[in-house]
Design a protein around this ligand. Sequence first.
Ligand code: ATR
Length: 279
Amino acid sequence: MILSGRAKLAGVMGWPVGHSRSPRLHGYWLAHYGIDGAYVPFPVAPEDLTRALRALPLFGIAGVNLTVPHKEKALPAMDTLTSAARRIGAVNTVVVRDGKLHGDNTDGFGFVESLRSSVPEWRPAAGPATLIGAGGAARAILVALIEAGVPRICLVNRTEARAEALAREFGGSVDVIPWADRETALEGVAFLVNTTTLGMTGQPPLDLALDRLPPTAAVCDIVYTPLETALLAAARARGNPSIDGLGMLLHQARPGFESWFGVAPAVTAQLRTFVIQGL
Ligand code: ATR
């Protein structure tokens, strides 16, 4: 796409940012919809984050995504926050409007949209969910599942105190099960999700036998390198619906793209294939 003088600009801030898949993803949509715009990587060091964010309106930039390590640190630099960003305690999407920075968090939205599109028959009320992990990704997914109306959520984390802190913060429908007893947390659940980095290329696999998991329970991994983790392979082998982590990445990008470029983009099989080719 050759840009005009009216081109809309957006990008992703990270440190480092070279690993980010977002330029390829947004670049596909810009080309697909023939939009006069660009989405570029911004390597921004942690100590420069606030100044870099504050400079966005000065350059007329429509907004940015934030990735590691900026999502939590960006919070105080925002003029307004959506309730999702406030509850999750992190910003992944910044929209510049009238010279002000509006912080949103679309990670939980992306997760739930990915789940809904892969398993259309899934309903929040179908039953309890178990989450493995208690880091930033777990927080976003926990908030989204509570808001969607999942009746009970069980947290299992190696460092139990982190899971306890989340349970205290998010109230009565969240229970904690010790790491050593994690297989008991699979009994009777409608939905299991790994939010840790376990199973990612270069990391140890998630050590979790699925024998106690109901055969209808959906199994989701936020890891997308590889696309099929050992957890998802085990789920598939026993006939459980399985959802890989790429869908969350694709769907979390939708609200930002629509705000910056004015087109609601679709997550399609072609987009998925294109992003996979770049993994
Ligand atoms: P993110 O923000 O991406 O979720 P994080 O805050 O570093 O990243 O959280 C990583 C998660 O993976 C945590 O739940 C972490 O468990 P701890 O809280 O005990 O650190 C989990 N994790 C990472 N490596 C692990 C391992 N080898 N065994 C068990 N859990 C692990």
